[in-house]
Design a protein around this ligand. Sequence first.
Ligand code: NAG
Ligand code: NAG
Ligand code: NAG
Ligand code: NAG
Ligand code: NAG
Length: 561
Amino acid sequence: MTSMAASSSQSFCSLIPRTVLLVSVLVFLFPSQPEALKSPFSPIDMLSLLPRQVSWPILNYLNNADDLLPTFVGAVSSPDKSIQWQGACFDKNTAWLEFHNNSGSEFGGGTLHIKASNAHSWTCMDLYIFATPYRVTWDYYFFSREHTLEFTEWEGKQEFEYVKEAGVSIFLLQAGVLRTLQALFDVLPLFANSDWGEQSNVKFLENHMGTTFKERRPPWTTSVNVDDIHSGDFLALSKFRGPWGAFETLQKWVTGSFAGHSAVCLRDSEGNLWVAESGRGTGVEDDIIDVLPWDEWWNYELNNDSSNPHIAFLPLHPDLRAKLNETAAWEYVRSMVGKPYGYHNLIFSWIDTNHGNYPPPLDAHLVASAMTIWTQVRPTLAANLWNEALNIRLGTKGLDLPEILVEVEKHGSSFGELLAIPEQDDWIYADGKSASCVAFILEMYKAAGLFGPLSSSIQVTEFTIKDAYTLNFFENNSSRLPKWCNGGDDVKLPYCQILGKYRMYLPGYNSIEPYQHMNERLEEWYKSIPHSLKGRLAHGMKKGKAVAYKGCPNSEPEEAF
Ligand SMILES: *[C@@H]1O[C@H](CO)[C@@H](O)[C@H](O)[C@H]1NC(C)=O
Ligand SMILES: *[C@@H]1O[C@H](CO)[C@@H](O)[C@H](O)[C@H]1NC(C)=O
Ligand SMILES: *[C@@H]1O[C@H](CO)[C@@H](O)[C@H](O)[C@H]1NC(C)=O
Ligand SMILES: *[C@@H]1O[C@H](CO)[C@@H](O)[C@H](O)[C@H]1NC(C)=O
Ligand SMILES: *[C@@H]1O[C@H](CO)[C@@H](O)[C@H](O)[C@H]1NC(C)=O
């Protein structure tokens, strides 16, 4: 619920004036007494009130990287099953959950009680994150007493059932990361599969991409005539809810792209229309490459896709359509069906590999914190999404996130540097190679001859979705667009938006002539990899391949991916 998140940040603001006097006195004591942890006034307590640029280096100096991550203390699901733990500030803490129906809604809500006592010092506080797969919130406790956290209304049956079964997860954080937490809270809600999550995604993009989301004129669904759809026509998708929504939001923001997913249309020899897609399934964990009849695909997007999909239809230019070899396209697609979607490198695809850093407010610590929380709440998602990919980068096997952090530090490197190692085309995961949604489509275009003689000098795995829709491959004569294009919307886009409440803008659409080695960032990134990790990178790859990559291959990879 939005109301809950808002009340947390309000109370955070009101904390500052109360303690600001103490801070100004105590901060000066800090350099001379870093060991004064158990005195009535602990200067370290004050770190949380300093600006992040000041507090963060100090915290890093006093702690190992994994100490700064949120610690899972337990989950509460009923009043009979209370949990106890020792906090950073309060020695004795007890929590339990009580269901209620104050809202008079179908599934009611709940109150989480936390009783905190035996503080280490007068100025310390404990900082907590509370999470279900449907919401995340945080609070801090400064006084010894019973505190409550209100869940006015569960999101629906799914959250209600989840909480009854698995409970609300509680994470303890070092008080010093309070400032970091505010930044984290820009990112965490994105993953929630709820209205709140959707609004968070929109708000995040508005704030960080400086864009506004314009609502289209309803109806938000177009009745398409499939006769106007041909082989090679591109489908750009944008999702706003759940794990897909979150990854897409981060990817959109980092790549400056307004689409986060893609699929392609294909007709068989009998003229039936199909959609080929890398990333088909019930939600990230089990997504594969698949090809579905158009009606089945479109019905799913209209009625069953809970991520609130937005879809734009980008018809291929007639000249290219004439060039497209359907037999070759099908051969390629059939060879890929059933292989896993590129979820292993999902996270890494939106990290700015050239510079090894993130636009604010993200940083490596935030990524690690978010990973810790979602590892607890969505374990299979976590295992698939990052554990294996991080292990490969580090040249290790089977380490979990805290172990990875320890290992990275042992090598004098940082988690940020580890994240910055880009995905290699030939890394093989336990379930096989991964192919991203757009690499899959462009590889099909290539097989079908759309890149012509350039084919051998184009490395499509280096393309983002934006790189794909900015290619000048699409219809450029608006009078040839299908009649149903853009439905009843009053703004006429140069492509057809066929689904979605918000208008999809694709800046640079249909503008770039392909050229040799376009979008090849390989050489550049290899140079940019921190020296300390180059050896590890080579170790994580097959030996011969590592040498080849140093020279930056300008030939085709032996296999498609
Ligand atoms: C809460 O109260 C409303 C209205 O009285 C009722 O319809 C609903 O079933 C109740 N929900 C629960 C979970 O008890
Ligand atoms: C998809 O949604 C329709 C309409 O809401 C529903 O009848 C159908 O059972 C759903 N199918 C699946 C596979 O969930
Ligand atoms: C189309 O592709 C198939 C299979 O790769 C090939 O046998 C055929 O010669 C191609 N057709 C044309 C016109 O290039
Ligand atoms: C559309 O593209 C074709 C071929 O690329 C070009 O010859 C033509 O001038 C373009 N038309 C418009 C209206 O831009
Ligand atoms: C656009 O297409 C229409 C209809 O096919 C045609 O009459 C017109 O000449 C085309 N315009 C350009 C600039 O190619």
